[in-house]
Design a protein around this ligand. Structure first.
Ligand code: ZN
Ligand code: ZN
Length: 81
């Protein structure tokens, strides 16, 4: 389950519409893969383990991003019921 607000826009993931989810999700994925580039602009807090993305090693990043993508997909499924 996602407990934290969106790491990109700071709104609750549940308050996103489909377009916003897609935008934030892919921005998060992109930033996570280049944490050094994006860290100079702002801190990104991992929505899964709540550490800074910069404090992740490569395999942690991969795991957290995958988990976040899965959780967001589950959120969308729940909404449709
Ligand atoms: Zn967002
Ligand atoms: Zn994490």
């Amino acid at each position: 389950m996602i407990k934290t607000p969106c790491p990109i826009c700071n709104e609750q993931m549940r308050d996103h519409d489909e377009k916003e989810i897609e935008k934030c999700l892919w921005e998060f994925v992109r930033e996570s893969k280049n944490p050094v580039v994006y860290a100079s602009r702002k801190k990104t807090i991992c929505p899964i383990c709540e550490k800074e993305m910069l404090d992740h090693n490569t395999s942690e990043t991969r795991q957290c991003v995958k988990q976040f993508v899965d959780d967001v997909k589950n959120l969308e499924l729940e909404k449709e019921d």
